[in-house]
Every structure is written in structure tokens, then in C-alpha cells.
Design a protein around this ligand. Structure first.
Ligand code: NAD
Length: 253
């Protein structure tokens, strides 16, 4: 990992969660001056270490480093983030080795709350490789806890609320503070807010606070269920990472 402040918080939270459940976690901080060959050599070293079952390359990498090349350098059997093309391919084909953590967390959250997914119309706002695209793929599988009809909306979508207003479930993953308002939603829909955006708040000691992509105030008046930010999808993402790590360890036993 580099020195990005948000990344440092994420990494600390993951490290703490590992400690709490008995998984040994080591943080390797590489200097901002790290070159691509040095980064790849570090990943190679971890790939070859039998005591290491999972490897995370914390994004964003310092400027000038190729993130995709780094993700692809991770041994697919240790790819507990599920970013490697081999693992994304397996997931798309419906025969997953690992599941990407945030999308898996969103689905687990719905399932544990008793919300039906099969046959539902789900609108995802955001098409990133780590949230929107894999989540849509997981939800359309002909499988348990899936079998939904999915639309992905993004910056090229005209008239976003046309789609969100019809949805039984809206998943907001755009990285745009408060962009989904109550009047864009179907009455009694379910709202899952993946967004984590830092906004200024002079009442806080830090001068800022975290908010989601959904305007909680107006959306919570319309929705039957809505996840909070912070405290909703974030902890689920970490839980799924731990689950993948245990699965990775079992693969090499
Ligand atoms: P990203 O920037 O890679 O992708 C955002 C996507 O949203 C893009 O595909 C873009 O087309 C779309 N988008 C942006 N603005 C839009 C708009 N106004 N209308 C429609 N579509 C729009 O982001 P990401 O990595 O997928 O993350 C999205 C958000 O989720 C961020 O706030 C991020 O911090 C958060 N996140 C949270 C967790 C968690 O565990 N809670 C995990 C990953 C990401």
C-alpha cells in the first residue's frame, strides 16, 4: 500500500478484523518511490511464501504504478479481493473460486435481512470493476440468492430516475454524495448504499464526516429498508474478505 489517507483507514480496519478472528495479517507499506518492478517483485515473493494464503494490493497505488498489472501478478489462488481476471472470469461463468468482497457483502446483507432477490428488478448505479460490474454479474446468475433482472446505470445514463423509480432494489455505488433522493425511488423499495464520501462538517472535530450516495433523510421516508453509511456495506465488505481468506487457506491445505 502507499500513503493514501483513506486507504490507510481501510487497511487498518481490515488488519483489526483479521486480528479479531485469528487471521495473521501483515501490512507491507511500500514507499511512494516504489517502482513497478519492485512492486511486482514484492508480490512474487508473497506468491511464493507458503505461510501466506491471501494477498491484497490496496488501491489506489501511488502515481505511475500500474494497478492492473499488479492485480494480475497476484497468484489467483491467493487473490482474496477477487480482482484477478481468472477469478472474475470464474465468477462470471457461475463457478466462482472467490467472490468480490463488496458485491458479496451487498448480497449477504440482502439475504440475511430476508429480502427476496430472485425475480426482483435491481438497479445498480455505478459500473466499476470492483462494485457495479461484478455485482450485476452475480445477481443475474441462475442460482440461489440471484436470478434477478438487473440494469446498470452510469454517467452515460440519461434520466437516471426513470430506472431507479421502477426498481425493487437500488444499489448506489457511484461515489457521489447524496445523489439518490427519495423522489427517485419506488415506494417500499430496498436501498443499499455502497457509497462512502467524505464531506465537510464543521461540527466534527475532524472537520468532515462520511456520507453515502443516497440522501438518507429523504430516501428513508420512501424505502422499506435502507443501509446506513457508515456501518452498512463497509463492515460486510471486510467480513467477505475474511471469508475469502479462510477459503484461500483451505485451497492450499
Ligand atoms: P468508481 O469511481 O470506480 O466508479 C463509480 C461509478 O459510478 C462509475 O462507473 C460511474 O460511471 C458511476 N457514476 C459516477 N457518478 C455518477 C452519476 N452522477 N450518475 C450515474 N453514475 C455515476 O467507484 P467505486 O470504486 O465503484 O466506488 C463507488 C463508491 O463506493 C465510492 O464512494 C467508494 O468509496 C464506495 N465503495 C465502498 C466500499 C465499501 O466497502 N463500503 C467498497 C468499494 C467502494
Amino acid at each position: 500500500m502507499g500513503c493514501d489517507p483513506a486507504s490507510q483507514v481501510y487497511v487498518r480496519n481490515k488488519h483489526k478484523a483479521c486480528e479479531e478472528c485469528g487471521i495473521k495479517s501483515t501490512i507491507i507499506e511500500l514507499p511512494e518511490t516504489t517502482t513497478q518492478p519492485e512492486l511486482l517483485a514484492q508480490i512474487e515473493k508473497l506468491n511464493g511464501d507458503k505461510a501466506v494464503h491471501g494477498i491484497l494490493v490496496q488501491s489506489p497505488l501511488p502515481k505511475g504504478l500500474d494497478e492492473h498489472q499488479a492485480f494480475q501478478a497476484v497468484d489467483p489462488l491467493k487473490d482474496v479481493d477477487c480482482f484477478h481476471p481468472e477469478n472474475i472470469g470464474l465468477m462470471m461463468l457461475g463457478t466462482p473460486r472467490f467472490l468480490p468482497c463488496t458485491p458479496a457483502g451487498v448480497i449477504e446483507l440482502l439475504v440475511r435481512t430476508g429480502i427476496e432477490i430472485s425475480g426482483q428488478y435491481i438497479v445498480i448505479v455505478g459500473r466499476s470493476n470492483i462494485v457495479g460490474k461484478p455485482l450485476a454479474n452475480m445477481l443475474i446468475q441462475k442460482a440461489k440468492n440471484a436470478n434477478a433482472t438487473v440494469t446498470i446505470c452510469h454517467t452515460g445514463t440519461k434520466g437516471l430516475s426513470y430506472y431507479t423509480k421502477q426498481a425493487d432494489i437500488v444499489v448506489a455505488a457511484a461515489g457521489c454524495a447524496g445523489m439518490i433522493l427519495g423522489d427517485m425511488l419506488n415506494t417500499n423499495c430496498v436501498v443499499v448504499d455502497v457509497g462512502t464520501n467524505e464531506i465537510e462538517d464543521s461540527t466534527k472535530k475532524s472537520g468532515h464526516r462520511l456520507v453515502g450516495d443516497v440522501d438518507y433523510e429523504s430516501a428513508s421516508k420512501v424505502a422499506s429498508y435502507i443501509t446506513p453509511v457508515p456501518g452498512g456495506v463497509g463492515p460486510m465488505t471486510i467480513a467477505m474478505l475474511l471469508k475469502n481468506t479462510v477459503a484461500a487457506a483451505k485451497l492450499t491445505l
